[in-house]
Design a protein. Structure first.
Length: 154
């Protein structure tokens, strides 16, 4: 199964092509919140590196948060346009799950805790063990994160 995943929820733009559950090609563009200007060229670049086209994808995924509301709208709109153009289904992906995806596919018995910065030293986090969510998505101050995770252990 081949899919394209777009994450515009943070200042770092991510576009990845996955084939049978593994990254085939990816790009991180940490140029700040300029996703509306860079997204389509980054998608084109990632697809070219993978040797695939949007039409080759089984579906296209957009991250729907947590993260920047404007960034979420940019990603969802782009994915919707690509899906309508190529008659492909769209899927929503949690931004935290995307950050944990490759790790949880290789480490089965450990809890993986992806963290996304928010504003004013606040972070979003959750925990996965394998593909199971064992710490619910939450928000806290960065200095409280260790204590929050310790109390939330499965």
């Amino acid at each position: 199964m081949k899919f394209l995943c777009i994450d515009t929820t943070t200042a770092a733009l991510f576009v990845g092509v996955y084939n049978n559950g593994f990254k085939q090609s990816e790009c991180f563009d940490d140029g700040g919140f300029v996703h509306s200007r860079n997204l389509i060229s980054v998608v084109d670049n990632v697809l070219s590196k993978s040797g695939l086209s949007v039409g080759d994808m089984d579906f296209i995924a957009a991250c729907i948060g947590p993260g920047s509301f404007t960034g979420i709208r940019i990603g969802v709109t782009a994915v919707r346009a690509l899906c309508q153009t190529c008659d492909k289904p769209a899927f929503a992906v949690n931004s935290l799950y995307l950050r944990a995806y490759n790790v949880i596919n290789t480490i089965k018995n450990k809890v993986v805790v992806p963290v996304i910065p928010c504003v004013r030293d606040i972070v979003y986090y959750c925990g996965y063990q394998g593909k199971e969510e064992v710490i619910a998505p939450s928000v806290c101050r960065i200095e409280e994160l260790g204590r929050e995770i310790k109390w939330a252990k499965p």
